[in-house]
Design a protein around this ligand. Sequence first.
Ligand SMILES: CC/C=C\CC(=O)SCCNC(=O)CCNC(=O)[C@H](O)C(C)(C)COP(=O)(O)OP(=O)(O)OC[C@H]1O[C@@H](n2cnc3c(N)ncnc32)[C@H](O)[C@@H]1OP(=O)(O)O
Length: 719
Amino acid sequence: MAQLSIVSGSVGLITLQNPPVNALSAAVRQGIVDTVEKALSDPKVKSVVIRGQNGVFCGGADIKEFGTKMTGPHLIPMIHAIEAGNKPMVAAIEGSALGGGLELALGCHYRVAHSKARLGLPEVTLGLLPAAAGSQRLPRLIGVPAALNLITTGRHVTAAEALQLGIVDQVTDHDTVDTAVKFALNVAGQSLDARRISTFPCPRPAELDALFEDAMQKVRKSARGAIAPVACVQAVRAAATLPYAEGLERERELMATLFNSGQARALQYCFFAQRAVGRWSTPSGARWDTSKPVPVPKAAVIGLGTMGRGIAVALAQTGLSVVAVETQEKQMMEAKQAVSGMLERGAKRRGVAPVSDKISYSGNIRAVADVDLVIEAVFEDMAVKEKLFQQLSAICKPGALLCTNTSALDVDHLASQTRNPELVVGMHFFAPAHVMKLLEVVYGRRSSTQAVATAMQLGKKMGKVSVAVGNCRGFVGNRMLKPYIEQAFYLLEEGATPELVDRALEEFGFSMGVFRMSDLSGLDVGWRVRKGDGLVEPGLASGPSARVRQGRRYSPLGDLLCEQGRFGQKTGRGWYQYEKPGGRVARSDPWLHSFLEGYRARHGLVARRIDHEEVLERCLYALINEGFHILEDGIAAGPEDIDVIYVFGYGWPRHRGGPMFYAGMVGLAKVLERLEHYHQAHPDVPHLQPCSLLRRLVASGSPPIHKWREVIRKLHSHL
Ligand SMILES: CC/C=C\CC(=O)SCCNC(=O)CCNC(=O)[C@H](O)C(C)(C)COP(=O)(O)OP(=O)(O)OC[C@H]1O[C@@H](n2cnc3c(N)ncnc32)[C@H](O)[C@@H]1OP(=O)(O)O
């Protein structure tokens, strides 16, 4: 919807009305068409201002309408009518002008923005391109290199940058609409010939071919198989090389390919899934909208290893006072230096002053006595954490929340070590904690609603995508990782190499294959966990029992590497070799290949040819199968929670939507059939046995992902 009023005697003020972000739904588009027509034909109106209701100009096309039957006026002719009009049109940009919102503003003859406004063409992040002529107008307005950057990354720019780039004509700290109305009064009656962007020639930079080749190479490298960034480069190239009308036609063709692609559907699903996880609920009935978080002005971090340092930085950057506790002197000295470097770099990147004064350091745990929330990030050892929680329970002020950053250990057990188990939750950050967006908030059996709400809200304030999950070994992310890694090990036993497995996963779109990732995070981490689980049995070199532990198939490959001191990048050797300890460039290691051959010979295993398809099916379907178990167990409230965790924390390619969305795209029946096939071939691998929820979904006709919750609810109500 849109409304027209007349202000200052002669300015037509058009207000877009579709809260919360004034998305360009069919009704809004119709409203714009009608009000523009009225304003252009009303002799009292000499110029026009377009603004959005409630301080937001426009969040773009209505994403909810994508995939439904298109009704109402189309954006392109609507924007052309504005540009072609004979009265000056001024966009008054507050809040956001994104996607179709910015394209609407580019159709206006002038743009006035509030200093806090954000502008951008983020269509690429939804698997699309700016196809309401944005890919054709923006390069004409700001030049090809700058337009390529904005369109292929989808990044939002500040009003100041928009002014510098030439996207807006004026930036104001005052009332945007008042400023735009004054602007409109000033330009009323002036010629508009030089203001219609579609008529501008597109500036043609020298070395045009090289520029586009370079841009294409860059996006292909970073897109990891995503098609939209490539189409964005092609569309901008059309702007630079073709007349406007032909460029527009090319934009339309490219958009048609993208619009119906699985990637666009996956990316749009991710957009809504990211928002859906904020509306969390727990099986005990706690909900995001009825739970009240407590304020947390002061927090403590205990343990200043890699995780603790990142968490302290992230908290301080959020504006909290932070007490950082480390009892080992050497670690404390290193941590202080590292933290101050991280704060300085962060401040420089964000153009603000470092917040070093927000952090105070102490070697004494008693320093946490007056904080509102503690996050422990000490060594991943239950005995160490147990003792710490007992101490914290005695030291902390009443009501202080006690959070553990464990990545897998039992939150209920830790809670049981305290006087107030209702105040204990998990806050599982991902390394580096000041950079990675994901936070798993783990509620225990006795965690209070308020404790969960407080951890979720703190995560949000820290700029994290926080997902509330139940307590089980490894929670959601690491629990699903186990069968994935296990399959990768088995594939090596059966004839694959780390290079082959990683290549298959990286071509699928993962930022790193499982073995490169293992080298990065350190093989010793999993080794320690397996030792704790009683799975590691040194000296068991061969014989049938060497590859069976606790009654199941087991691959000791990771343990054998660790016994050789091959911990990955940090020791310069792991699944790959590196130029030096701490080196980053993975190179194939002939030692590893002959080690694998020797291992297979010792165990009577005959290497067979393994292709990418098998790697993907075995690794990904085993992971997805565990995802179904997690849903069945009620550890995650819905598939969106799992997908968001995998996209934001585990390098799952966003254009594939997350593992559960991907399962739906592949077809649940196919996933089930392949799992059955592999389980038949490997009956000693329980992770390949299809989950009953998957069977139930297939039996009920493989409903679309947004309907899975109903099936899960029914399943739980029968239990
Ligand atoms: C021919 C094709 C032409 C054009 C293509 C396009 O225009 S595609 C759309 C391009 N626009 C975007 O990608 C912007 C998406 N929105 C955002 O980035 C943010 O929502 C925004 C505008 C920066 C506001 O952020 P904020 O944190 O304030 O709010 P939040 O993200 O939680 O959103 C609030 C609710 O609005 C819903 N929403 C936002 N944008 C759209 C949209 N374009 N269409 C439909 N709905 C939108 C969002 O989902 C939230 O609702 P919820 O019920 O919570 O999911």
